[in-house]
Ligand binder design. Structure first.
Ligand code: SAM
Ligand code: SF4
Length: 341
């Protein structure tokens, strides 16, 4: 009997607004080898003591439980997930769940070396962050990144068989807003899909500079100024379509681009996601600090059904929407590096 048949969905997870939960993002570490300016402070964040971090067996158990209640897509994130030992083993275990999509978000720093391993382990898709094509600027934004390595990583991923890799760029006025069309073209040349993300005021807005915020409307205008009119696209055929709204060039309909506009054009009414932090906290909304602790139930010997009951109770309390503001207010106290995006 195949894994899919064994994982018969029992009473799918849904919140009080009838939104079904089908997508889980799992942060497997709060550690990172970069220090992106919009994501974490230069000095880093207080690292979680190792015993508080879920073991990969614990992570696999929770993912397996959520798969039983309707989660069909999983994305591993961090911090930087590739710095966690055992990542390949975890992917192999999750691959056995026969999910619709098993993806990884990475800064791409080690992708040139590990892309074939990720592919062989059963990963279906990659998201790679690329905020600038200028090596100097790339280093400034990431504080220690190496653009040449990331470019080689994106190309190695394509050579290893990954298709439709998403290239994520946070749009930052005064930093990379003049580069958005070039980043899109760079991604298309590598058979990847560019996605531009509005800067979210995480960390209580402490890293956020309102002057650097670029609303989705301006992101689209910067692209249209170079490529001509953009048409709405339903993302059909794109694997793992998430919160991005897609557009395609009127001049070349094969060229698609996503815009993630959490702040100015929220998509909360269709939110199908929950997030698991590296310490086993279930976040039902990225923009809020409230969580449901799953680590204590896991380590306290609770049964699968009892743990699922905790999950259901938490999801039932999922907020209707968030309050991100382009002024820098409305976000959670946590930095993005601690939740994973
Ligand atoms: N380290 C991996 C990476 O960089 O892709 C995965 C974790 S990172 C937190 C996930 C995504 O969140 C990245 O695409 C990153 O650019 C984005 N991100 C981080 N901080 C952000 C913020 N304040 N607003 C919007 N996106 C942010
Ligand atoms: Fe690290 Fe990713 Fe945050 Fe950059 S965006 S600091 S690579 S977790």
């Amino acid at each position: 009997m195949g894994a899919a048949a064994r994982l018969k969905v029992i009473a799918p997870l849904a919140d009080a607004f009838a939104r079904r939960v089908s997508y889980l993002r799992v942060s497997i570490t709060d550690r990172c080898n970069y220090r992106c300016t919009y994501c974490m402070p230069e000095e880093g964040v207080a690292l979680v003591p190792r015993p508080e971090v879920l073991t990969l067996e614990e992570v696999a158990r929770i993912v397996g439980l959520l798969a039983r209640v309707g989660v069909r897509r999983v994305r591993l994130t961090g911090g930087e997930p590739t710095v966690r030992h055992g990542l390949i083993d975890l992917i192999e275990r999750l691959h056995a769940l026969d999910l619709d999509d098993l993806a990884l978000s990475t800064n791409g720093h080690t992708l040139a070396e590990i892309a074939p391993l990720l592919r062989r382990a059963g990963l279906t898709r990659l998201n790679v962050s690329v905020d600038s094509l200028d090596p100097e600027k790339f280093k400034q934004i990431t504080r220690r990144g190496d653009f040449a390595r990331v470019q080689a990583g994106v190309e190695a991923a394509r050579d290893a068989g990954f298709r439709a890799t998403k290239i994520n760029a946070v749009a930052l006025a005064g930093w990379n807003d003049d580069e958005l069309p070039a980043i899109a073209a760079w991604a298309w040349e590598r058979d990847a899909i560019p996605r531009f993300i509005e800067w979210m005021p995480m960390g209580g807005g402490s890293l956020f500079a309102p002057g650097g915020f670029l609303p989705a409307a301006q992101i689209r205008a910067r692209l249209a100024a170079v490529f001509g009119p953009l048409l709405p696209d339903d993302g059909a055929g794109l694997p793992g379509v998430g919160p991005a709204r897609y557009l395609r060039l009127a001049s070349d309909e094969t060229r698609r681009v996503g815009v993630i506009s959490a702040v100015t054009e929220p998509f909360c009414d269709t939110c199908n996601r929950v997030r698991l932090s590296s310490t086993g906290q279930l976040h039902t909304c990225l923009a809020r600090d409230e969580t449901i602790d799953l680590r204590a139930p896991l380590r306290g010997g609770l049964s699968d059904e009892e743990i699922l009951a905790c999950v259901r109770e938490g999801v039932a309390g999922k907020a209707e929407g968030h309050a991100f503001q382009p002024t820098g207010c409305g976000g959670p106290k946590k930095h993005m590096v601690s939740i994973g995006g």
